[in-house]
Ligand binder design. Structure first.
Ligand SMILES: Cc1cc2nc3c(=O)[nH]c(=O)nc-3n(C[C@H](O)[C@H](O)[C@H](O)COP(=O)(O)O)c2cc1C
Ligand SMILES: CCCCCCC(=O)C(=O)O
Length: 359
């Protein structure tokens, strides 16, 4: 598919369907899969359609302002790109293309520790619109080096993923293990340790990260960076409160249903998290977002911005940077229309009164 064909794809589900027809099977299995029975993967999407909107009428909606700020960075609309490993499985420009598209859209890209492109190259493409996601290595010196490189390259925040002490049980991947194509290395991983030849690539990565990571490690992280810290993978009010007490910001996520199957969905726990945070930190959300109305609902319940995981990967697979850009623009247009049809002209006007929870 070329950029010229993109206008035929009218929504993110069209993009996903088209991408899945052309993606290499290994990449498709890896990107699309969830943990165990994939209940949480499906529930993430379903949670958005269960919440109904209560639109107001006779409001002048001729001008709509979607702009916001995350940690002081202006965004043209409240949507960023979540960290996803290995963009190079579907496009040679990989994370550089994704970051370029995010910057062009006035959005924000979060670069995964497991990227195919070096931090500095992606940061340059992102033009100041990049956060860096960290998996904490058993070897703290490796983590320290990554954090300091990200900070020097211009990352605006550090996103510590806290829901992955071990990789979830993705049975699709157990049936068809991932083997990275020859020559496609992960620059933040380095050479394989001897004696691990029997492990497929995901299970090998699993051995590098530290399952003993706990709240005390945040002190260490704070000692090696001045960047704001965001904890990604918060599911409960209790952990949201601890995040705030440790000086962090809260990213509500169940890792796109790839970790603990039957875990709560981000949208359903957002109200309790907002209550626990009491305005002391920023709150973000990801998981299952495919429509402008999904963004609207998350913002109405208290998320400052939402993030997309798989959707930009499908855009990237279809048409590189232009495909990611199309994904973001579709969502922007849908959000703009949804705001107008709800009688809202600024994000600050969105609140729980806009929603009728499921019965
Ligand atoms: C292929 C893939 C790779 C991912 N890699 C990472 C990663 O490296 N670090 C991380 O914190 N989350 C990772 N995630 C989780 C995403 O950041 C995000 O939480 C999730 O995909 C959001 O759900 P969605 O795909 O329904 O939008 C990954 C998700 C996918 C689908
Ligand atoms: C245990 C580390 C492997 C991480 C792979 C990336 C990721 O988060 C994923 O969901 O896949």
């Amino acid at each position: 598919m070329t950029a010229l064909d993109l206008p035929q794809l009218l929504n993110l589900t069209d993009m996903e369907t088209a991408a899945q027809q052309i993606m290499p099977p290994d990449a498709l299995n890896y990107y699309a899969s969830g943990a165990n029975d994939e209940h949480t993967l499906r529930a993430n999407r379903a949670s958005f359609s269960r919440v109904k909107l209560r639109p107001r009428v006779l409001v002048d909606v001729s001008h709509i302002d979607l702009s916001t700020e995350v940690l002081g960075l202006p965004l043209s609309f409240p949507v960023g790109i979540a960290p996803c490993a290995m963009h190079g499985l579907v496009h040679p420009e990989a994370e550089v293309a994704t970051a370029t598209a995010a910057a062009a859209a006035g959005s924000l890209a979060t670069l995964s520790t497991m990227s195919h492109k070096p931090i500095e190259d992606v940061a340059q493409a992102a033009a100041g619109r990049m956060w860096f996601q960290l998996y904490l290595y058993r070897d703290r010196e490796v983590s320290r080096d990554l954090v300091q490189r990200a900070e020097a390259a211009g990352a605006r925040a550090l996103v510590l993923t806290v829901d992955t002490p071990f990789l979830g049980r993705r049975e699709v991947m157990l049936r068809s293990p991932l083997h990275l194509p020859e020559g496609m290395s992960l620059p933040n991983v380095g050479r394989r340790q001897p004696g691990t030849e029997h492990l497929d690539d995901l299970n090998y990565l699993n051995t590098l990260f530290d399952p003993s990571m706990n709240w005390r490690d945040l002190e260490w992280l704070r000692s090696v960076t001045r960047l704001p810290i965001v904890l990604k993978g918060i599911h409960t009010a209790e952990d949201a409160a601890l995040t705030v007490e440790s000086g962090g910001h809260v990213w509500v996520s169940n890792h796109g249903g790839r970790q603990l199957d039957t875990a709560v969905t981000p949208l359903e726990v957002l109200p309790e998290i907002v209550q626990a945070v009491q305005g002391r930190a920023e709150i973000y959300l990801d998981g299952g977002i495919t429509r402008g109305t999904d963004v609207l609902k998350a913002v109405a319940l208290g998320a400052r911005a939402v993030f997309l995981g798989r959707a930009p990967l499908y855009g990237l697979a279809l048409a590189g940077e232009a495909g990611v850009r199309h994904t973001l623009e579709l969502l922007r247009e849908e959000l703009q229309l949804a705001m107008a049809l709800c009688g809202k002209v600024r994000l600050a006007e969105l609140g729980p009164d806009l929603l009728r929870p499921s019965t």
